[in-house]
Design a protein. Structure first.
Length: 151
């Protein structure tokens, strides 16, 4: 039996639907345009409107239960312009984000965060929570074996 007090218990309900839209990752194929019920790709009216890819990650998580809908952003990519462009092409409304969660403190997951938070806060006229582990930004050793060690 858990020792959690009543005030610490989570009220978790069953979701009717969960949607995950990958806004940024490090892979793109401009010739891959077919969509399915599970994998929905943007319909591109002309070639220059393509999804950007970069060494980074971001996804929009939408949870639906009854008539309620909650949206969380997981990670914020590297480049805000690329993140915003992909969100627009995928018809993902960043203005509806209720919170941002960071998986870990690597730059390819958070460099777009400041601009994103500014954008969302202006849309909603309030600040939104940022959820991350307290050790997310601890200083870490960076070791690249091919470069060698400094003398």
């Amino acid at each position: 039996m858990s020792n959690m007090s009543d005030t610490n218990k989570l009220d978790i309900r069953e979701a009717d639907r969960l949607e995950i839209t990958v806004l940024m990752d490090n892979y793109t194929d401009i010739f891959q345009i077919e969509s399915t019920d599970v994998c929905k790709r943007p319909q591109l009216p002309y070639f220059p409107q393509i999804l950007f890819a970069e060494h980074g990650f971001s996804c929009l998580i939408k949870v639906c239960a009854g008539n309620e809908e909650h949206t969380v952003l997981m990670d914020a990519a590297v480049t805000p312009a690329c993140l915003f462009s992909n969100a627009k092409l995928l018809k993902a409304d960043l203005g509806r984000i209720e919170a941002v969660a960071l998986s870990h403190g690597h730059p390819d997951h958070f460099l777009g965060l400041a601009e994103l938070l500014k954008h969302v806060s202006e849309k909603q006229n309030k600040e939104i929570p940022l959820i991350l582990h307290p050790d997310a930004f601890l200083e870490r050793r960076f070791n690249i074996p091919v470069i060698g060690h400094p003398a």
